[in-house]
Design a protein around this ligand. Structure first.
Ligand SMILES: Nc1ncnc2c1ncn2[C@@H]1O[C@H](COP(=O)(O)OP(=O)(O)OP(=O)(O)O)[C@@H](O)[C@H]1O
Length: 381
């Protein structure tokens, strides 16, 4: 993909590690029988911060969220909310707002009663319930729907009601588990915009947002925790993780990335050291994410929109052959095969086809002027 399609809202916590922890997860392990669904997760979410748990299906994201919500009991580890240990507290004692993928509204209750449910369970006075229901429905743009039943609403509207229900108790912590994934693309984009707006209206709420959709994570999260095979693999501020992914897995999972085989030409002892690498027949500067030994195999990360097409056989470009062109509305995605070892497939995004040869023809691929990020090879992808 190109740069995130949806601009992130200004957020209370831009990139720093949390100072005041609203959610604390320490060394949390969860098992379903013999399946370890989550292994040794340690993560904090600050007041006012949004952390996205991003990862492929089955990586343990929902399990982490369910453990924080109190829906399942961990095998080991600790969960705190504002410093209070809640590891073995039942869900209704935790004061958390939870929104899941498929709305989970009570079908026999009108919208207002669905939203009031948590408040009544907490024995909030009638007048206050009325005020809070109106406030919560207002927040999600559903004020006019209080008397409808869930079946009389679209999927997007039902999900708004589910969000209102979670917000009605004014929780300090909001857990969202794939809240947009049951919706079609247009509704998903609409509701993503709504969630960005809501984030601005809830400056103190800590949000944990489970998704496998990088667009949602990039748009909403201050920090992203990348999950894989029951483990947290990378955690950083959203923009830094996108710009300088520390691993092959995160580079390819968070935004489209070309991974070009590179050989390190001289020892580099720390991240931020300048290092030169050989890529194809070229020698280029790279931006390493850690230490690399001379001669090590590594991968250069190049986003498709940072590569350019040039005439073939220019000395500073990689020779390739065009194998496919896909129009994507705003740009064209070219698929090319690099000549030489491995014949690696790479993607290049261009806005016009003037300089692009016909399918099957050769072309030159120019790397960006800025050094590309260098990650260790072989850590999976
Ligand atoms: N109730 C269950 N019983 C047994 N195994 C389960 C159960 N729920 C989840 N698992 C397993 O635990 C692992 C983690 O599942 P989890 O739902 O947390 O993943 P996820 O990253 O949220 O995936 P998805 O994006 O598909 O929801 C998977 O291997 C899954 O098959």
């Amino acid at each position: 993909m190109t740069a995130p399609a949806i601009e992130r809202t200004a957020s209370a916590v831009a990139s720093a590690a949390p100072t005041e922890s609203a959610i604390g997860i320490q060394d949390l392990t969860v098992r379903y029988g013999s399946v370890t669904a989550l292994e040794g997760l340690t993560l904090e979410v600050a007041r006012g911060e949004t952390v996205a748990l991003l990862g492929p299906s089955g990586s343990g994201k929902s399990t982490a969220l369910k453990a924080v919500a109190g829906f399942l009991r961990p095998a080991s580890g600790r969960i705190t909310l504002a410093g209070r240990d809640v590891t073995y507290e039942p869900p209704n004692k935790r004061g958390i707002g939870v929104v899941v993928q498929n709305y989970a509204l009570f079908p026999h209750m009108r919208v207002a009663d669905n939203v009031a449910f948590g408040l009544r369970a907490r024995r909030v006075s009638r007048a206050e319930v009325g005020r809070r229901v109106t406030e919560a429905l207002d927040m999600v743009g559903m004020a006019g729907y209080a008397r409808r039943y869930p079946r009389e609403l679209s999927g997007g509207q039902q999900q708004r009601v589910a969000i209102a229900r979670a917000l009605a108790i004014r929780p300090p912590v909001l857990l969202l588990d794939e809240p947009l994934s049951a919706l079609d693309a247009t509704l998903r984009a609409d509701l993503l915009g709504e969630l960005q707006r809501l984030r601005g209206e809830l400056p103190d709420v800590a949000i944990m947002y489970v998704t496998h959709d990088q667009t949602e994570a990039l748009a909403l999260a201050d920090r992203i925790a990348v999950m894989r095979d029951a483990r947290l693999v990378d955690l950083d501020a959203t923009d830094r993780l996108y710009r300088r992914p520390p691993s092959e897995f995160t580079a390819s999972f968070l935004g489209a990335a070309n991974l070009l085989d590179a050989r390190v030409l001289a020892d580099c002892t720390a991240a931020d050291d300048a290092v030169r690498v050989a890529v194809g027949g070229l020698t280029v500067a790279a931006d390493p994410t850690g230490a690399f030994a001379e001669g090590a195999r590594a991968l250069l990360v190049a986003r498709p929109h940072t590569l350019a097409v040039t005439e073939v056989d220019r000395a500073d470009t990689l020779p390739a052959r065009l194998v496919a062109t896909q129009w994507r509305g705003a740009d064209y995605r070219l698929t090319c095969v690099l000549e030489g070892d491995g014949e690696r497939e790479i993607r290049i995004d261009v806005t016009d086809l003037a300089a692009v040869p016909a399918l099957g023809e050769r072309l030159g691929v120019a790397l960006p002027a800025e050094p590309c990020v260098l990650v260790p090879a072989g850590a999976g992808g």
